[in-house]
Design a binder for this molecule. Structure first.
Ligand SMILES: C[S@@+](CC[C@H](N)C(=O)[O-])C[C@H]1O[C@@H](n2cnc3c(N)ncnc32)[C@H](O)[C@@H]1O
Length: 391
């Protein structure tokens, strides 16, 4: 049996047994750890096949797994390769590097609608071009890094010396192929951070906050391992930073990361903001990068396209409202709240903005969908509010 057929059959078995309870990356990691017979090339091909399968999201769900996998592979591969041997002649002949032509061919075989890839596509923000967005899930996103202040030349020289191909977007954002191994080339977190293009664009919101008001107090209330907090330190001069999260383990990771990033002066605490937590302090800027469905990042975790439920999205929306209700009380007079998600659903974005407007006196300054799907990046949402209350 040829290698591709073997990879294909293994992927079919893995897909049959996968139930979406753990991330696909973890599921495959465990499988490969238990099946040492697969070398690195095998792992790469089998992983690629499984990811392709889930890139089809909810489309063609009625097809048997093997047929659906063949269709997904045909749609997702943007270059000819040995994998084409798996196909009947008419498929081989019809293959084209243009995705739209591949879609048109698949439509001669099955009732394939690209819009069906994305769960509840009608519920995504109006600013999103729905068909383009849904189709973008057939393509693997790029890897993005942000060069930290003062390290531009150092980073560029290291990438050039190793002949890594990259694209510089603006001054400090670098797009790389997803397979690039940059952690062995760059001192990550010190000179550059791995951060999606749209996430880097949160700097545009930060710059319109407390830039003229220094030193200012900043609370990143859903800090995780500190992606937005490091961005705030790099973007805003001389801030007094506080970070918190509900998970102690992630704050531990943040501390390790901050050490590498040479960020030494900051406060941390652990808090569940969905309870009636009350901060004794107020801040000039509260960054609320809320827990969310992550639907703007599902081109990186396409299994979510397949397994997400409406109930889950509703749970996130309810949690977001609870968290913002808690943290708005900690915004100083004249201070700001920056609400962020990496979701595309209105319920987690515009509806939460409306909720804040209805239930608080904060004023909306600006909000926007940060579209990444046309540049192989994530799509995010950000809304900046100001506490204009008097007295
Ligand atoms: C989208 S992530 C934050 C990402 C981070 N700001 C960054 O840029 O890397 C959301 C975070 O909210 C935290 N979270 C979830 N529920 C929470 C709650 N009830 N109170 C506080 N934090 C919570 C999660 O643990 C998670 O780390």
């Amino acid at each position: 049996m040829n290698f591709y057929k073997k990879y294909f059959d293994t992927a079919v078995t893995l897909i049959q047994q996968y139930n979406g309870r753990v991330p696909l990356a973890i599921y495959l990691k465990h499988y490969f750890a238990q099946h040492k017979k697969h070398g690195s090339k095998d792992r790469k091909h089998i992983t690629h096949l499984c990811y392709c399968y889930y890139r089809l999201g909810r489309a063609l769900k009625h097809l048997p797994i093997a047929t659906r996998l063949l269709t997904a592979l045909f749609l997702c591969n943007n270059e000819r390769g040995d994998w084409l041997q798996l196909y009947e002649e008419d498929w081989q002949y019809a293959y084209d590097e243009d995705l739209d032509k591949r879609i048109a061919f698949v439509q001669t075989k099955y009732a394939f609608q690209p819009e069906a890839i994305f769960f509840m596509l009608n519920n995504v923000s109006d600013a999103i071009e729905k068909t383009v967005f849904a189709k973008a899930h057939l393509i693997q996103p790029d890897l993005f890094i942000r060069i930290r202040p003062g390290f531009h030349q150092a980073v560029i020289s290291k990438l050039d010396a190793k002949q890594i191909s990259y694209e510089l977007i603006g001054n400090n954002c670098i797009a790389l192929n997803n397979t690039s191994k940059i952690d062995t080339i760059l001192p990550l977190n010190k000179e550059a951070v791995v951060q999606d293009f749209s996430s880097q664009r949160i700097a545009e919101f930060l710059q319109s906050t407390i830039n003229n008001h220094s030193p200012a107090t900043v609370w990143d209330c859903c800090a995780a391992s500190g992606g937005k907090a490091i961005l705030a330190v790099d973007t805003l001069p001389n801030i007094q930073l506080t970070v918190s999260d509900v998970r102690a383990s992630i704050i531990h990771n943040l501390k390790e990361r901050f050490k590498k990033a040479d960020i030494r002066h900051y406060h941390t605490f652990i808090a569940d903001l969905a309870t009636n937590f009350r901060s004794s302090k107020k801040y000039d800027l509260v960054i609320c990068d809320a827990p969310c469905s992550g639907s703007g990042t599902w081109a990186r975790t396409p299994e979510q396209l397949f397994f997400i439920t409406e109930e889950k999205i509703e749970q996130y929306a309810a949690l977001q409202k609870k968290i913002v209700s808690t943290v708005v009380k900690s915004v100083n007079k004249g201070g700001y709240l920056l609400y962020i998600t990496c979701s595309v659903y209105k319920e987690e974005n515009e509806a939460v903005v409306e909720f804040i407007q209805q239930t608080t006196s904060l004023q909306l300054i600006q909000s926007s969908v940060l579209k990444g799907y046309d540049v192989k990046a994530d799509t995010m949402f950000a809304a900046l509010f100001r506490n204009v209350a008097h007295g």
